[in-house]
Design a protein around this ligand. Sequence first.
Ligand code: XMP
Length: 511
Amino acid sequence: MAAHETIVVLDFGAQTTQLIARRVRGLRVHSQVLPGETRVARVRDLAPKGLILSGGPASTYMARAPRFDPRLLELGVPVLGICYGMQLLAQHLGGSVEAATVREFGPATMGHEETALFAGLAAQETVWMNHGDAVRALPPGFTVIGRTEGCVHAAIQDPARQLYGLQFHPEVAHTPRGEQVLANFVLRLCGCRGDWTPENLAADLQQDIRERVGTERVLAAVSGGVDSTVLAVLLHRSLPGQVETLFVDSGLLRSGEADEVRQRYERLGIALRVVDAGDAFLETLAGVEDPEEKRRRIGHTFVRAFEAAVRELPPLQFLAQGTLYPDVIESGVPGGHSTTIKTHHNVGGLPADMPFTLLEPLRDLFKDEVRRLGAELGIAAGILGRHPFPGPGLAVRILGPVTRERLEILRQCDAIFLHALQESGWYERTWQAFAVLLPVQSVGVMGDGRTYENVVALRAVDSLDGMTADWTRLPAELLAQVAGAITNQVRGVNRVVYDISSKPPSTIEWE
Ligand code: XMP
């Protein structure tokens, strides 16, 4: 690992810790996230070129607040504290932290000194604040280099000791020049070369997988989506002959999708075991309306289907899944600090008695990084460009109980919509698009008769990583064409609506 330059990010529980690591990777520098209280010996082993202390929900003056190993400051590398990380640094070095008189949440305008950390910035910059505490007294040796109206210590430094602190969050998109600030820290102050590439990432992941798995055997659970395809190729490269690849056809996929998956794996030269479990999924979902209950049951049924298939195979110790970072954070898993938004089936919904050790090599990555990794592994652009599709499939796009008939209606609507997007060139321009079958009926008129039938919603969104999204401004003519085709061709649907909600406050999927 120490072959490339590394920035260590110490995690004190912020929702954005992985985003810091991702920004560092975006500067083509390897980054590794470690728990905030990691001992100096472990960090020294990685020979980092710099340290970043993340934000976090605690207050430094509380008795049980997480702290860093003070000997980290003797490593002789630059240290950047962000929000809680800056407060920890300040308090440890003899400054003081207390509840802020003005709590700041949201954008603020920062004026700043001309320093290396802020090189290339305009005199005033918008920065994103999210804090209830603030540094009151600076530690000896520090000076203020940035102020906002509500925060006199928005940025501080002691360049002689290579220590820097930011009260704002440079890692979030709401700090427009945050990337420049991080680049100044990582490339200028830490002196990193920025020569770490997707090729390095692929090699690192393969090495990690080999070290973790050794000579054991792995079950790769694939869905046909981008993430699990990248995962499967990565595993087969890392552990030739040690991987069984299993595809559970839940019967909750889109039109023609199960066949496409089979053909794709054939082309990739990976032997795929297909389990047809459509009946079991329909049975477990019968009459279930609650979205979280649907996800829980689907998660269980997936694992039970694996287990049944696995009994026929030689012993397997690991279950590999293509979980990405946004799945993890939204399921409220890391450190227990974040709130559960949805239980993504491949993260939170697994039964406790699962007989496998979970292997999730893509767990720290964001979608765009996985796509780049896939390209590096030689996976075709057509596969990598596919829209994300949720593990629970169409079940979370049929509001209310899932039945065979309702699945069929939704499949037809979805196919019409996606076909029109592909034909018009809009498929590549949207992050994700799909149809949702609503649990309401509405009155319509067809020929001379009254109808009382289903309503379908169309959803198309633009997004960078699925964490936030805006609805796609599809042309009205295209929407009209799709709505016409659906009401004409799909029996049981007499009304089509277009979803114009962003995330937040909505989510991308309806359940
Ligand atoms: P939401 O609806 O939470 O979705 O805004 C964000 C992204 O995640 C996908 N998604 C899932 N992916 N298992 C998955 O693998 C799931 O249970 C799941 N739920 C949502 C969703 O399609 C969107 O891209």
